[in-house]
Design a protein around this ligand. Structure first.
Ligand SMILES: [Fe+2]
Ligand SMILES: [Fe+2]
Length: 168
């Protein structure tokens, strides 16, 4: 049986399922990262972004509705790998001054993955004439970029310094 040639529509739907799965994994990982973090600011940053992540999942639900499909995830090995590395940091750096810097870096890897996906989805939505979907992706993309920026700032101003205590 000959299959239809796949087009941007197929890629779009596939990638939508990928990020839907990824966001749900992130929603589970962020409370664990907040719990593990020692710095109150880092804890707060993770908690704040957990709340935003809930909204990201909802927005993706809206995009599924726009394209007339039921919300469905597709296993994303990339996010599982990134989250797994975060778990290793938690275990291997538990109780050490470098724990928070490691957690922050793990979170940055997550944000970069999301920024990449949402940038792509926004461009494809525009190409496909899905203006409302593009707007929703753009809103989330802005929040991911802001989170990434806030984490960088927290790292440079505090968390990275605490990871390398000055010798007395
Ligand atoms: Fe997100
Ligand atoms: Fe995020």
């Amino acid at each position: 049986m000959a299959s239809e040639p796949k087009t941007l529509n197929d890629l779009f739907w596939d990638t939508l399922k990928d990020i839907y799965y990824a966001e749900k994994q992130i929603l589970k990982a962020l409370p664990k990262m907040a719990k593990a973090a020692k710095s109150p600011e880092l804890k707060q940053a993770f908690e704040k972004h957990r709340n935003e992540t809930e909204i990201h999942v909802d927005r993706l639900g809206d995009v599924f509705e726009i394209i007339g499909k039921a919300p469905r995830g597709k296993t994303c090995d990339a996010i599982l790998g990134i989250i797994d590395e975060g778990k290793s940091i938690m275990e291997e750096f538990e109780g050490s001054p470098a724990l928070d810097a490691g957690l922050l870096a793990a979170a940055q890897a997550v944000e970069h993955y999301e920024i990449s996906r949402y940038g792509t989805l926004k461009a494809w939505a525009q190409e496909l004439g899905l203006g409302n979907a593009a707007k929703l992706f753009d809103q989330t993309l802005t929040e991911e970029l802001k989170t990434h920026q806030a984490l960088s700032q927290l790292g440079e101003s505090k968390v990275n310094k605490q990871a390398q205590p000055k010798a007395a």
